[in-house]
Design a protein around this ligand. Sequence first.
Ligand code: ZN
Length: 311
Amino acid sequence: MTQHITLREVGLRDGLQIVKTIVPTQAKMEWIREEYSAGVKEIEVCSFVPAKLIPQFADSTEIVADSLRIRGLTVSALIPNMKGAQRGVELGVHKLNYVMSVSEGHNLANVRRTVAESLEDFSNIVAMLREVPAGSRPKLSGGLSTSFGCTIEGRVSEDRVVELAERLVESGADEIVIADTVGYGGPHAVRRVFERVLARVGSVPVFAHFHDTRGLGLANAVGALDAGVRYFDATLAGLGGCPHAPGATGNVVIEDLAFLCETMGYATGIDIGKLVAVRHILARELPNEKLSGAIAVAGLPREFPKAAASA
Ligand code: ZN
């Protein structure tokens, strides 16, 4: 039987958070709608950070409300803390994506807390969510940034990644995200870490989140697939980047990742041609951003749909 791979679009958050041009709300909704109709069933639509920190997310309330009208779409949002979690509950998002870093230095820089404080914050969010009636309670994802290295601290311990993933699940995470935030990972390390994490917390979905900063995004995705990962974050046209690596490419390109999965015999449920077409919105709204991706340039192989179906 063909195994299914879930690809989650995170470009409206991970991509837009570093883009200076403010994308109009209507264009963001056009992006969300078109991508959903191309077969992407979960989209991280925004981040609940104060608008004065990242003006790009000033329209979060409207974006969430409009996204929730798309029947069948899982609407998720990034939360840095309890305040973000409470806002997510108020607005009725389906999933809250909590983020913390494995390395102390990155966690302090990103969310201004120690790792221990972030774990405590996470437990408090779980307790808060338990008070929300089951029917309107969002799922809670626990994300671990800098899992394969850190621009501030360098090497990150694999034991520590596994330990923190376990701690988050024990605390009540419904899902885990292991992220190579800065593009330090390679396919062997990726395979090793995900095999270990899946062995310990495989009872919940484990997402892989890769950046293509050093060109290894898709290679790392193969490492994760081989380890048994079936959930991935990615962005349209690879939108995104890294404030510490100017000019670097962004997240893994979702169109190319869908192609990779299909060539390996997995089903993504995505119409890749339709997905590529959504790039017209980015080209129009962000004329100064670099749009990455190979399928958008070369097109799908002629025999592709047949080959994928028989794989
Ligand atoms: Zn990222």
